[in-house]
Design a protein around this ligand. Structure first.
Ligand SMILES: O=C(O)CCC(=O)C(=O)O
Ligand SMILES: [Fe+2]
Length: 223
């Protein structure tokens, strides 16, 4: 049981295509790795999410942050659980360790000013969606890189819930897009400030782990 998730640490350290990730983040700004996570890691994260759901511990997600955080069911309909609030299970410890290694790699190779990571498990119910948006909150350019891992082991074409990523930062939602299936083990990363994206309506419950590599906090009261 013990190291079910250690393979993820391994892929992040030596087998995860770190250089490919950095190259793609440099240009065009996004990266897509289909079915790259080991199934053991996927099962553990699903188990955490299902346990939280069973305990009625998922929170309806909001839009914005801090005092401006607002529940907006017309914009997004997922329920989430922040990793920092999860009892520190092995799966989460290993995921956080993988994120640290990715952070260091991107700092070194692209000189990105990344300091920390925040992430949440998310569940979209049947009919759930997230309308087009950017992940950087207005006025707080803290989120630098979005990293999403999908956890839907039974996903099939027609099940909906694709990530629609608009691939031209200049044209946004009026430009071209790609649709990425939320198939278990697939990881997507992109520059949070540049890429508009949305979650198309899910026809089956949709599970994911979404997180952000963050820059320095901009708190004028602490300058
Ligand atoms: O789960 C996804 O594919 C995207 C989620 C998202 O856009 C977000 O949580 O900001
Ligand atoms: Fe987003």
């Amino acid at each position: 049981m013990i190291n079910l998730f250690s393979s993820l640490v391994e892929i992040s350290a030596s087998h995860f295509p770190m250089d490919e990730l950095a190259d793609h983040i440099a240009s065009p700004g996004y990266a897509h790795f289909p079915k790259i996570m080991p199934t053991s890691a996927i099962s553990e994260l699903i188990a955490i999410l299902e346990a939280k759901e069973a305990a009625d511990a998922l929170l309806l997600a909001g839009v914005g942050q801090g005092a401006a955080l607002d529940r907006k069911p017309e914009i997004r309909s997922d329920s989430i659980f922040w990793l920092e609030d999860v009892d520190p299970s092995l799966a989460v410890i290993h995921w956080l360790s993988a994120m640290r290694q990715i952070r260091e790699h991107l700092r070194r190779s692209l000189f990105l000013p990344i300091e920390s990571y925040e992430g949440h498990l998310a569940r979209y119910p049947v009919g759930g969606f997230y309308k087009p948006h950017l992940d950087q909150h207005i006025g707080t350019p803290t989120r630098q890189i979005t990293i999403i891992a999908y956890l839907n082991t039974q996903w099939q074409p027609g099940d909906g819930g694709e990530l629609r990523l608009y691939t031209s930062p200049e044209q946004g939602v009026h430009g071209p897009h790609i649709d990425i299936a939320p198939t278990a083990g697939t990881i997507v990363a992109f520059r949070s400030a540049d890429f508009w994206h949305e979650v198309l309506p899910a026809k089956v419950p949709r599970l994911s782990l979404t997180g952000w590599l963050r820059g320095r906090e901009m708190d004028p009261t602490k300058v």
